[in-house]
Ligand binder design. Structure first.
Ligand SMILES: [Zn+2]
Length: 263
């Protein structure tokens, strides 16, 4: 099997690959460690883009996948059990150092495959800072891979084109990547006003009486909803379509033909 992950190569192999110009591109992956509802593990934002990157790199030449960053900026999910969040400044510094290391070792084209919405501003700042220092490098930022895929599959989902956090799309694709970690029977339907009220969790600080009241009303509503109704459209078949779309997308980006968010 062809190796694609950077940390699976030896320094000796990489030295030869660089000398023979067999490597010039890298896909970097940024995830999160945060709640995705009761039915999913904390890690889809890492697991899914890592698998997309792996499948894309298998089809490409001269491309390695940098091991994904398992944490992201998840301030908005901090009140859920054991969410681990990085400050914006940390994510910026982490990404900047990863991009800089790659470029200083001869990588000229970097795809930034982000798996988590909270990372978007930090990754853009990091990419722009690095581009300012290395004007010849190409950085392709994919801030929200789910938007591109969701737009193509819009009619296949029941809710929000499948794009809700932990919703049909994300549940489907996690079922394909790590099926043993998904329990759809625990999925609950939620709508935006409830998501806003979740800030009233007892674990979060500084909540007002009004927001606590909103939270209690939201909790009562959620209890009335039928379990599993939020992910009725989730299926592993859909996820194989997502992967096909993404293999093609990344292929276009690393060959320099894409026009998406190039720095
Ligand atoms: Zn996610």
């Amino acid at each position: 099997m062809k190796k694609v992950f950077l940390n699976e190569f030896s320094a000796f192999e990489l030295k030869n690959m660089i000398q023979d110009e067999e490597i010039d591109s890298a896909i970097t992956v940024f995830g999160s460690c945060e709640s995705h509802g009761w039915h999913l593990p904390l890690g889809p934002d890492l697991f899914v883009p890592t698998e997309i990157a792996r499948q894309a790199a298998l089809r490409l030449s001269k491309t390695v996948v940098v091991p994904g960053v398992p944490f992201g900026t998840s301030l908005h999910y901090n009140h859920y059990p054991l969410s681990v969040t990085l400050r914006f400044e940390t994510t910026i510094a982490l990404a900047e150092d990863i991009f800089t290391s790659l470029i200083e070792h001869g990588i000229r084209r970097i795809v930034i495959l982000n798996g988590h919405d909270g990372n978007i501003p930090a990754l853009e700042i990091a990419a722009r800072k690095v581009k300012d220092r290395f004007k010849d490098a190409v950085l392709v930022f994919v801030p929200a891979w789910w938007n591109i895929t969701g737009a193509r599959l819009a009619d296949m989902f029941d809710v929000w084109n499948g794009l809700g956090h932990g919703g049909e799309g994300e549940t489907s694709i996690t079922m394909a990547v790590r099926p043993e970690l998904v329990d759809v029977s625990l999925a609950e339907r939620q709508v935006p006003e409830d998501v806003m009220a979740l800030g009233s969790s007892p674990l979060s600080s500084g909540t007002s009486r009004r927001s606590r009241g909103r939270g209690r009303r939201a909790t009562r509503r959620r209890r009335r909803w039928r379990r599993g109704s939020g992910c009725s459209g989730a299926s592993p078949i859909l996820s194989s379509i997502w992967f096909r779309i993404w293999r093609d997308e990344i292929g276009t980006m690393t060959t320099g033909k894409g026009e998406r968010d190039l720095f």
